[in-house]
Write a protein that binds this ligand. Sequence first.
Ligand code: PLP
Ligand code: PMP
Length: 425
Amino acid sequence: MNYARFLTAVSAARRPSPIRILTELQQRSPPSLISLAGGAPNPNTFPFLSASIKVSGGEVLVLDEPLMKRALQYSGSYGIPELLSWMKDLQKSLHNPPPASYSPERGQMEMCVTTGSQEGLCKIFEMLVSSGDNVLLDAPTYSGTLAALQPLGCNLINVASDHHGMIPADLGKILGRWDPADAQKPGSSVPRVLYTIPNGGNPTGASMTYERKQEVYELARKYDFLIIEDDPYYFLQFQKPWAPTFLSMDVDGRVLRMDSFSKILSSGLRIGFVTGPKPLVDRVVLHIQASTMHTSTFTQLMVSQLLHNWGPGGFLKHIDGVIDFYRSQRNTMLCSADKWLKDVAEWHPPMAGMFLWIKLKGIKDTQQLIMKKALEKEVLLVPGGVFNINSSDPCPYVRAAFSLSTPQQIDEAFRRLADLIKEAM
Ligand code: PLP
Ligand code: PMP
C-alpha cells in the first residue's frame, strides 16, 4: 500500500509537536533526570481532589488523590496506555484481522482514542478528501457524515443500497467508468475513499451481509481505494453471531474502522476509537495533537478502570443487556407499526441499531409534513431528506428512533403519525 497517495496536502503537511517528542523522551529517561522541559501545569493547584463513581451492579470506581492528579493532567495523544491496550486486545479478539495487516510493509495495525467516533470521522475525511475528489457512499446516510464531508468540496457518488446495505453490483457499475490501471496515476479521478455504515445504518437501519462486504472489499482491491467502516451500532446487533467486519477481512491494510462507546457506555463521555493502518492512524493523531490534544484523561481513566474491572467477559455481558433492551424496543415499535401504519407506510425490520426507516405511502416529501403538521399532532420524527446528499430532494421517508420512548409512547406516536398521514394522503 502506498499510503502517501491517499493523503490531502493539509494532512501530508502535519508535523509532530516538538513538545510532545520531548515528553516521550522524558518518559523513557531515569527518574534522576531533572526536566524543566514539560509545559504541564502543577496538578497540586487544581481544586478537584478525588472521585468515587457508582456503577451498576454495586461496583464503585475510586479515583484516589494520586490517580486523580493523573486524571486531571495532560496525557498522550493516542490515548492512555491501559485503555489502548485493553481496546487492542478486544479488537483482536472480535475481528482477528488477517496477519498481513500487522506487517510493517502493509502498514501495521494501530489504534487511537478519539473524542467520540464523530471526531475520528471528521479527521479521517480531512486526511483523505480534497476538493474535487470522488467519494463513494451509500446515501441516505448519517447527517453528521455529510456535515463533515460536504464542506470539503468533494463529489459524493451515491451507491445504491437496500435493507442489506450497499449493493456491490451497483458499486461495480459505477467503478466501471474507470480503468483500474489508472488508480495509481497522479491526478487520477478514480475514487480513493468509500464510506459506509455496515450495521444498523443511520438512518436506514440496514445491515450489510458478509457476502456483500466481501464483494465490496474485492472491488476496493481492484480499484485500490480505502474503506471507512463507521460502525457505532456494531455492539447493537440483535442476532448472534455478529457479522464479520471489513476489518476482519483486511488483508491489505485498506480499512479504517471507527468504533464508538456512545451507544453502550455513554454518549456524553465522548469516547470512540480509530483502528487501521499505522501510517494513517498516525496522521489522525497528528491532527489530534494540533486540535484537542487528547480525549479527556479523566474520562479515559474512568472508562479504563471499569473495563479492567469487568474484563472482556464482563464487557460483553453488559453489551448483552444493552442488546436485550434495544431488541425489545425494536419489537415494540414493529408491533405498533403493524397496528397503526400497515395501510399507510412500509418498512423493513432493522437487525441492529436504534432506528426504523419508514416510507410513507402517498407522500412525496416528508419535510413539510414533519416540520409543520407533525408538531400540531404532537409527534416528532426526522424527515428523511436530511440524510440525502442533496437535502432538498423530495424524500418520502421518516426516521423513528426506538431508543428513548416507552412502549406506550411509541404506540401513541404511531397512532398520531397514522392520523397525520391519512389527513395528508
Ligand atoms: N457515525 C454514525 C453512523 C452515527 O450514527 C453516529 C451517532 O449518531 C456517529 C458516527 C457519532 O458517534 P459518536 O457519538 O461516537 O461521535
Ligand atoms: N494556547 C496556548 C498559548 C497554550 O500555551 C496552550 C497550552 N499549553 C494551549 C493553547 C492549549 O490549551 P488547552 O490545554 O486548553 O487545550
